[in-house]
Design a protein around this ligand. Structure first.
Ligand code: NAP
Length: 364
């Protein structure tokens, strides 16, 4: 796959991250981009993320792949505009968080022979090209929803590209995608945002809740800081699935409320026991992903030199630290220090050694 030409429409967190990964793994790739703001293009050119800024037009005829990376409804609008500029073996794809609407539009525009929907299951509450990272896609599932009318060779080619960027391709229909993401992504975003608003509205004048929310509450509602523009569009393009799953969720909350009111403590216990069992069964990384993280947590007294002492013990025993950091949220983690190693044997040796020195260690 050398000498690729790749076009981007929209170049924010996701588009910028894909472009960076392409440049890294295929340095001779020529990348051209069109987006809303000139400042984004200027930045991308200056950083070497793209080679050329251009309007939707003949320049896109050279592209082997075109990635639509704007908010979902904007992506829809670009399909007819791009159609005259697609070469026969080009692949047109998007990264949008919903898939059924864009497939319907692609079909309506006669774009099935070119269109494969895509959704990298990676991201964050941050947005914009300045937050993009080459490694964003690494080890993340990357869902592909091929059009029914597309050549299998194109699907295989795109799958290979995704794999070569260190993501894990998974093929689904657009309907399967939209139902699954309504449950594991769209509903959680709605819950996080409504919970944050509930706390804001229920707080006292002294803002006691806001003060105490700095720990665990802030952690579990992190996604409420996501782009409102993006999430409005995601909800608008997956309305039915979200309503269905939201109904089920509301019913489950009502059941919990009834159990509380009726002093049904066994039901409340089951709520927590069942969820704990299921959550603990969810793998940490995607199946078949690159190396697992070998890490431990360690309780430490908050005193000067504490980290240095621990690092010295490890270093003098030949154990290299890959990553080390203080855990600021004590509500959800047992310990104060997080230490990551390069391999399992180093983790085991470090845990044994630190226990000998009477550190309290938690392995996960
Ligand atoms: P983002 O960082 O806000 O980037 C959006 C990009 O689209 C920006 O470059 C923006 O322009 C550009 N844009 C906005 N309106 C446009 C228009 N009318 N025409 C052309 N470009 C336009 O958002 P993102 O997180 O990368 O999300 C992009 C897509 O990825 C969305 O469809 C989203 O559903 C999907 N997605 C997001 C995540 C996530 O966690 N964030 C994960 C997976 C998939 P300027 O920079 O030029 O102003």
């Amino acid at each position: 796959m050398s000498g690729l030409c790749v076009g981007f429409v929209g170049l924010g967190l996701i588009g910028g991250s894909i472009a960076r990964a392409l440049k890294y793994y295929y340095p001779d790739t020529r990348i051209l981009a069109h987006t809303r703001s000139q400042s984004t293009l200027d930045y991308a050119l200056k950083e070497g993320i793209i080679d050329e800024a251009c309007a939707i037009g003949p320049a896109f005829s050279a592209c082997d792949y075109i990635f639509l990376c704007a908010p979902v409804e904007n992506n829809l609008a670009y399909l007819p505009a791009l159609k005259p500029f697609l070469k026969e073996d080009a692949i047109l794809t998007d990264v949008g968080s919903t898939k059924t609407d864009i497939h319907e539009k692609a079909q309506e525009c006669g774009l099935e022979p070119w269109f494969i929907g895509g959704h990298p299951m990676a991201g964050s509450e941050k947005s914009g090209i300045r937050s993009s990272k080459r490694i964003l896609l690494e080890n993340a599932y990357y869902i592909l929803t091929p059009s029914p009318g597309i050549a299998p060779e194109k699907v295989a080619r795109y799958e290979e590209l995704v794999r070569s960027l260190k993501a894990l391709p998974m093929i689904l229909t657009c309907q399967e995608h939209d139902y699954a993401t309504a449950g594991i992504s769209h509903l959680p975003h709605i819950i996080a945002s409504s919970l944050v608003n509930l706390v804001r509205d229920s707080d006292s004048e002294k803002q006691t809740m806001k003060t105490l929310a700095a720990g665990g509450f802030k952690d579990i509602t992190r996604i409420a800081s996501s782009s409102p523009e993006m999430w409005e569009q995601i909800c608008a393009t997956n309305r039915e699935n979200i309503i269905e799953i939201l109904d089920e969720y509301i019913n489950s909350l009502i059941e919990t409320k009834i159990a509380l009111a009726e002093h049904d403590d066994a039901a409340i216990h089951s709520l927590f026991a069942d969820s704990r069992e299921y959550r603990n069964s969810i793998p940490d990384g995607a199946k078949g992903s690159l190396p697992k993280v070998w890490s431990l947590y360690c309780d430490m007294v908050d005193e000067a030199g504490g980290i240095a002492a621990l690092a010295t013990i490890l270093a003098t025993n030949g154990i290299s630290i890959k990553n080390i950091g203080i855990v600021h949220n004590r509500q959800f983690e047992e310990a104060v220090l997080y230490v990551e190693f390069y391999e399992e044997s180093a983790l085991k040796k470090a845990a044994e050694l630190l226990r000998k020195y009477r550190y309290v260690i938690y392995e996960h």
